[in-house]
Design a binder for this molecule. Structure first.
Ligand code: DAT
Ligand code: MG
Length: 149
């Protein structure tokens, strides 16, 4: 089963959109296997955004994600990585389609509300960066047979 890491970013938490965002992933059918509330350390932020180290926006990206608490979730499901990306919408909220989290709730790239892993491999890596094995719960939902074929 694929895994993806979701971060409900500081702007979304500050704006009181945590529940609204969790609701959309739950409704999509993705199964929550880990969730916690924390303030991301600078070290963890730099590791998480390592591929962007040389980009001009790296400094502001790290500042943003560490500026205030976040909610992180590990989600599981068939095709979970792409499904979550589609639910999140395009990186630039002003280009994201209506119906997506960014397209419905955001305007600017530096306040784009939510992170989702971009590949199956990165889903595994990012979940492991944020959660220890004993923080992840292996469970079956009574609705699984109505969501997963
Ligand atoms: P995504 O978050 O959609 O996976 P990404 O991995 O390309 O996008 O970039 C990570 C974050 O960095 C993104 O959510 C917002 C910021 N970012 C990306 N490109 C940017 C740019 N050209 N200018 C400013 N911030 C940018
Ligand atoms: Mg990305």
């Amino acid at each position: 089963m694929e895994r993806t890491l979701i971060i409900i970013k500081p702007d979304a938490v500050q704006r009181g959109l945590t529940g609204e965002i969790i609701r959309r992933f739950e409704a999509r059918g993705l199964r929550i296997i880990g969730m916690k509330f924390l303030q991301v350390s600078e070290a963890l932020a730099k590791k998480h955004y390592e591929v962007h180290t040389d980009k001009p926006f790296f400094g502001s990206l790290v500042e943003y994600i560490t500026s205030s608490p976040v909610v992180v979730m590990a989600l599981e499901g068939t095709g979970a990585v792409q499904a979550a990306r589609n639910t999140i919408g395009a990186t630039k909220p002003n280009e994201a389609l209506a119906g997506t989290i960014r397209g419905d709730l955001g305007l600017e790239i530096g306040r784009n509300l939510v992170h989702g892993s971009d590949s199956v491999e990165n889903g595994q890596i990012e979940v492991a960066n944020f959660f220890s094995d004993d923080e992840l719960v292996s469970w079956a939902r009574n609705t699984d047979a109505w969501i997963f074929e």
